[in-house]
Design a protein around this ligand. Structure first.
Ligand SMILES: Nc1nc2c(ncn2[C@@H]2O[C@H](COP(=O)(O)OP(=O)(O)OP(=O)(O)O)[C@@H](O)[C@H]2O)c(=O)[nH]1
Ligand SMILES: [Mg+2]
Length: 616
């Protein structure tokens, strides 16, 4: 066999391995300014100067070769060649953060002692320079006994040197040395510190700016207030900035629907395209601007280094329910989608801790809920200004988000005292440096989200909507019977059956109809309602906006109960599937689905009856 040599990128979390991987291979792995971004190995191809291809793997960051969490185990298995499927790398590129030398050198020394050919990438030298730290790579190389190349992954500086060095190292068929034994614990730490110290040429005193920023961001009183303010601005922005592009997309789809109706003769094809596909998928795609604004905020917060500070602030609060501060990042990722959030729990070392985080992750307001929330809020909640700059709609949205967090908080409290009992571990995360977000990273991040969203709309959401349309359209009621087509259809009858179950919590038949297909993806609730109302259209022109139709048919208590249902209901097949994968069995996903449905039913019921009692 003559496979391409395998080279692995290894190092501490947040050293810039993925950034380097992307720069070297042209891949688009996610980079983020916090530890634990990469949790799986990813490989790509790199062509060396002598034309030889190399397989490069990006690994999760680790602090040492004694793994304490599942993602670190991946790294250990690859570099030691222990995993059953792993081919041992032919060389390692050890990535270290120049501004954080003594910490990162500890792991680097362990890796070098393995005996594989090693090239050290002394990354982030730009940040070190910014902080007034000047290093001598040659001195470092002498002390470590391996080549050291200064790099700036995000600006592609030093990459040519790195490739040239790799060509040398691999090309020479560098022999694998015997693994050396190494001092451990304190002794290793001391040696790392010594080597780091002797590599420093000059160092400016305190990093004043960052210290000042942290004394505000981490202040016990100002810090949390700042965090709430940031989140609040984010929600208001999502609503107000998105209005114009949303209207544009909305009119676009209305125009398309009208055009199809005009171009095609009445009948099966026309109704399928206009009422089914266009009305349904269009109802979802309208929310693209909001999703992108939301992600713009999340990406900027991540890249700037603020996110880990937020995690640190939340740590004490999370500790009161027995969760570790490490759970914050997975939970935060779950605001995008619970699926990557649940995968990100691999950075949590304690099994019970991790399981609890997985079980509550679906309560975070994932982006699939935004279309549902916004549609209902936009239609049913008046857009009054309750305070200067604070509108009622944004406030309700914020309330739903807080509801999800409160639900998660309460669930964790109960779970940690019952099914996932155990001690919790403390916060263990280094603070990343403050950074100006890279425009290109933001663009790639937004692009990725847009593609994911549109792909879902074009595949799973379109397919589910079409099936629903079919079930809603057949059989047709006898002519002149006066029965509405939806009432007479298969779906209408199934809806009637489900309605019996959900009438006690204030749901109507249209909601009952939307619940089942929304299992595929939450946004389908929106496209389903869009389709139901397109088929059941009583307006003359048939171009009423979906919001106007909602206003005519739903009461406020029903709308509020529906919103509350979506805070809790585990309506997403992918989340259930990833939970099965990450917990190795059906037990925990089944438990998760059970407790969340029960919570959804109870909370929606309480909301409905309280709203009715309040005379809303
Ligand atoms: N200024 C500067 N920033 C960098 C450099 N390399 C990486 N970064 C940034 O540092 C952060 C961490 O980079 P990643 O590539 O995600 O780090 P990683 O080592 O893959 O981290 P894990 O996957 O968590 O182990 C990101 O915000 C990058 O944009 C660099 O050379 N200079
Ligand atoms: Mg990474």
């Amino acid at each position: 066999m003559n496979a391409a040599p395998l080279v692995a990128l290894v190092g501490n979390p947040n050293a810039g391995k993925s950034a380097l991987f992307n720069a070297l291979t042209g891949a688009r792995q996610k980079v983020g300014n916090y530890p634990g971004v990469t949790v799986e190995r990813k490989s790509g191809r790199l062509v060396l100067d002598d034309g030889r291809p190399v397989e490069l793997v990006d690994l999760p960051g680790a602090y040492s070769l004694e793994p304490s969490s599942p993602d670190e185990r991946v790294t250990r298995d690859v570099v030691t060649g222990k995993g059953s499927l792993e081919r041992r790398p032919d060389a390692l590129v050890v990535v270290i953060d120049a501004a954080n030398l003594d910490n990162h050198l500890r792991f680097a020394l362990q890796l070098i002692a393995l005996g594989l050919p090693v090239v050290v990438a002394l990354n982030m030298v730009d940040l070190a320079e910014r902080d007034g730290l000047v290093l001598d790579p040659a001195a470092l190389s002498r002390d470590l006994g391996v080549p050291v190349i200064p790099t700036v992954a995000v600006r592609k500086r030093g990459l040519d040197d790195l490739k040239a060095q790799l060509t040398d190292t691999i090309g020479g068929g560098a022999p694998h040395a015997e693994p050396r034994t190494l001092e451990t614990g304190g002794a290793l730490q001391r040696r790392a510190r010594q080597i780091a110290a002797s590599a420093v040429v000059s160092e400016a005193p305190a990093r004043r700016w960052a210290n000042m920023a942290d004394s505000i961001a981490l202040h016990p009183v100002i810090g949390p207030m700042l965090l709430v303010a940031v989140l609040f601005v984010m929600f208001q922005a999502v609503f107000s900035w998105a209005a114009v592009p949303q209207d544009l997309i909305d009119s676009g789809f209305a125009w398309l629907e009208a055009a199809v109706k005009a171009a095609l003769p009445d009948g099966f094809l026309q109704s399928m395209l206009a009422d089914g596909l266009i009305a349904g998928v269009g109802a979802v795609i309208v929310f693209l601007p909001q999703i992108l604004i939301l992600f713009l905020f999340i990406l900027v917060l991540e890249a700037s280094g603020y996110m880990v500070r937020a995690a640190f602030l939340m740590d004490r609060l999370m500790a009161t329910v027995g969760l570790s501060g490490r759970a914050f990042i997975p939970l935060l990722s779950s605001f995008a989608c619970a699926v990557p959030g649940i995968m990100a729990t691999r950075t949590i070392e304690d099994e019970k801790d991790r399981l609890t985080t997985i079980l509550i992750a679906p309560l975070m307001t994932c982006s699939a809920r935004w279309p549902v929330y916004t549609l209902i809020i936009g239609a049913m909640i008046p857009n009054r200004e309750v305070m200067p700059f604070v509108r009622l709609q944004g406030l309700v949205m914020f309330g739903l988000l807080v509801m999800g967090i409160a639900g998660a908080y309460f669930a964790a409290l109960v779970l940690r005292r019952t099914v996932t009992k155990g001690a919790s571990s403390g916060f263990m995360m280094e603070m990343p440096k403050y950074q100006m977000p890279q425009l290109k990273d933001l663009a790639i991040g937004l692009w990725t989200r847009a593609v994911i969203f549109l792909k879902r709309a074009g595949t799973i959401i379109a397919a589910t909507t079409l099936v629903l349309w079919l079930l809603l359209s057949f059989p047709k009621p006898p002519a002149n019977s006066g029965i509405s087509p939806v009432d007479y259809s298969v779906a209408g009858r199934i809806g009637d059956g489900i309605e019996v179950l959900v009438r006690p919590i204030g749901f109507n038949r249209d909601i009952a109809l939307a619940l089942l297909p929304a299992m595929a993806a939450r946004e389908v609730a929106v496209s389903a309602i869009g389709t139901v109302y397109a088929i059941d259209d009583t307006s003359a022109g048939g171009e009423d906006k979906i919001t106007e139709k909602l206003r005519g048919r739903w009461t406020l208590p029903t709308a509020l109960a529906f919103l509350m249902w979506f805070v809790f209901a585990p309506q997403c097949i992918s989340t259930i599937a990833v939970t099965r994968r990450e917990t190795n069995g059906w037990k925990w996903p089944a438990f998760m689905v059970g407790y969340l449905f029960a919570a959804a039913y109870i909370m929606a019921g309480i909301t409905y009856w309280l709203a009715v009692a309040a005379g809303l």
